[in-house]
Design a protein around this ligand. Structure first.
Ligand SMILES: Nc1ncnc2c1ncn2[C@@H]1O[C@H](COP(=O)(O)OP(=O)(O)OP(=O)(O)O)[C@@H](O)[C@H]1O
Ligand SMILES: [Mg+2]
Length: 254
């Protein structure tokens, strides 16, 4: 498969102490698409996702081998600028995690860390753009001073995505971003992903196969730390190459 790959792992192996959580993972994440990572609990989905912005570095006794190429650079290199990496590769978590601050200050928060934008007018314009992008501007334009924690869970998750967008990322990682949301909110967030993927490489981990089928262009099935199959979502769901994929899609395990 030839893809415009934004992220490419080469023989990626990851150990938590003696436990090998990822084995020889070779995957190419395409630019401007949604890639879903699916597989049963404990198969290494979150571990793989966290590799892409080196969030795993925060865990003790971890050993990562192989290469992860983003724009021609191996981000596992010792001299990688982690702050710059995490600006470029943003992350959204399972539970919305806005800070206990106003909507405005949540959005402004990362700018200082990354030394971006000082002028109030620039900040305000970017806040508006980010909120428009996630469909929150009309709801919140007159409420930028309210606490982010007073928003609905769906609004909080949208705000967390907007907070990532403020930093002008290129890749957005989402680890089960809808698992705290109701079904209608989930569908609306999926629609948002379809909009965002026109500009960003999105990687979503999901337990929910229907969600992967609905909102992803490419799909990766993980099992016991290995990448079993990667391909276009339609192919994975209708014509899988691997027996294991077929069994998983059929609901035979997981
Ligand atoms: N910090 C850690 N230390 C030791 N082992 C870990 C750590 N984090 C994860 N693991 C183990 O690594 C394996 C992969 O975990 P991971 O969280 O990546 O799986 P997952 O596919 O995201 O699972 P889930 O669907 O339940 O979220 C599991 O066996 C897990 O127990
Ligand atoms: Mg997980």
């Amino acid at each position: 498969m030839t893809l415009d790959a934004k992220v490419k792992t080469i023989d990626l192996n990851l150990y938590y102490g003696p436990f090998r959580a990822l084995t020889d993972v070779n995957i190419e994440i395409p630019a401007r698409n949604v890639t879903a990572i699916i597989g049963p609990s404990g198969c290494g989905k979150s571990t793989l996702l966290r590799c892409f912005n080196r969030m795993n570095d925060l865990i003790e006794h971890i050993d990562v081998r192989g290469r992860i190429m983003i724009d021609g650079e191996n981000i596992l290199d010792r001299d990688t600028d982690l702050i710059a990496l995490r600006r470029k590769v943003g992350m959204v978590f399972q539970r919305p995690n806005p800070f206990s601050l106003s909507v405005y200050n949540n959005l402004k928060f990362g700018l200082r860390i990354h030394n971006m934008m000082r002028k109030k007018a620039d900040i305000m314009r970017t806040i508006q753009e980010s909120l428009e992008h996630v469909g929150l501007w009309d709801d919140l334009k007159d409420k930028l001073g309210v606490s982010a924690l007073s928003l609905t869970l769906e609004q909080q998750q949208r705000l967390c995505i907007a907070r990532v967008l403020m930093l002008r990322p290129e890749i957005i990682l989402l680890d089960e971003p809808c698992s705290a949301l109701d079904p209608m909110s989930t569908l609306r967030i999926e629609e948002l992903l379809r909009v965002l993927c026109k500009e960003y490489a999105l990687v979503i981990v999901t337990h929910n196969m229907q969600q992967a089928a609905r909102c992803s262009d490419y799909c990766a099935l993980m099992y016991l730390g290995r990448l079993v199959e990667f391909g276009q979502t339609q192919q994975i769901f209708t014509n899988p190459k691997e027996k294991l994929t077929e069994d998983y899609i059929r609901g035979a395990f997981g």
